[in-house]
Design a protein around this ligand. Structure first.
Ligand SMILES: NC(=O)c1ccc[n+]([C@@H]2O[C@H](COP(=O)([O-])OP(=O)(O)OC[C@H]3O[C@@H](n4cnc5c(N)ncnc54)[C@H](O)[C@@H]3O)[C@@H](O)[C@H]2O)c1
Length: 273
């Protein structure tokens, strides 16, 4: 057997495969020699031919499934990538783990308690899993730089801007950014004047360290965020823009490969780069 044949192909299922992100993930898997498409799930695609929908000849006979559990039991994928919605991502993730499949979760909206449950379930089965609020390398760097800047600035606010089909607010990226900034400083805005909101919500949501988070939802945006730091006589703005969903795909492919070597939950792409 030559060295190339000895490399095991990772069988990847995609949940939410007809969605904006899911479609990109399927194309990424089809074009990656180390990954093999094991199946696709989406309630909007039941029975539809994968080859026809994605304009490929690579998967003759493969159809969209509607039931994730049925796909997991039938195909036993190594990894399942989920880009669905906040209402279904937790049961989906637990179903993957129960079936012995490693979750790679891009869907946002999981609570800290759910993340803990996922970690427990993964560890009890000796499996790895990843939950990644943002797969774009530029966004990961934005968070890292914001964490660093938070050591030097006492005042900071986050504005995240997304398309108007996004279900959850604030975004998972904004929550993760605030969490990282809290590791650098415990309270922001200490010298702000007392505030009275004339319209409730005018100052956005407030995280435990008093970082105000503002969510904008407009058609035309994909995923954008700026972290604004203020100090006497200066403003530092750290901004990331996702102009095309292609920016997330190298991170998804890397996660699908690295998760095979993990034990327990890894939260955030930065831990595997
Ligand atoms: N982590 C990241 O880098 C990143 C990047 C972009 C978007 N997101 C998140 O990914 C999620 C999906 O985003 P999108 O823009 O692709 O949404 P979308 O609405 O275009 O797609 C979601 C798809 O999931 C399908 N779906 C719903 N319930 C399902 C279920 N139970 N089983 C299987 N499929 C199901 C829907 O039919 C739909 O096709 C959102 O939570 C979004 O915030 C994360």
């Amino acid at each position: 057997m030559d060295a190339q044949a000895a490399v095991k192909t990772i069988r990847v299922a995609v949940c939410g495969a007809k969605g904006k992100m899911g479609q990109e993930v399927v194309k990424t898997v089809l074009n990656d020699a180390e990954l093999k498409l094991a199946g696709v799930v989406d309630p909007h695609g039941l029975g539809e031919s994968v080859n026809d929908f994605f304009g490929t000849a690579q998967e003759p006979g493969m159809q969209f499934d509607q039931d994730l559990k049925a796909l997991l039991a039938r195909e036993k994928p190594d990894v399942c990538v989920d880009f669905t919605n906040p209402d279904v991502v937790y049961p989906n993730t637990m179903a993957m783990i129960e079936a012995g499949c490693r979750p790679v979760i891009g869907t946002t909206g999981l609570t800290p308690e759910q993340l803990q449950e996922i970690d427990n379930a993964l560890k009890s089965r000796g499996l790895g899993g990843m939950v990644v609020p943002n797969f774009a390398i530029g966004a990961v760097l934005m968070m890292k730089f914001a964490q660093e800047a938070a050591r030097y600035f006492d005042h900071a606010e986050i504005i995240e801007l997304h398309h108007n089909r996004k279900a959850d607010a604030p975004s998972g990226t904004a929550l993760k950014t605030a969490e990282l900034m809290r590791q650098s400083q415990s309270t922001f805005g200490p010298t702000n004047s007392p505030e009275k909101e004339v319209i409730a919500g005018a100052r956005g949501a407030t995280d435990p360290a008093n970082i105000h988070i503002h969510s904008v939802r407009l058609p035309g945006y994909i995923a954008h965020q700026e972290v604004i730091f203020g100090g006497p006589g200066q403003i530092l703005t750290i901004r990331h823009d996702s102009m095309d969903r292609a920016c997330f795909m190298p991170g998804v492919a890397l996660s699908a490969k690295k998760v095979m070597q993990l034990q327990g939950l890894v939260y955030g792409l930065e831990h595997i780069l």
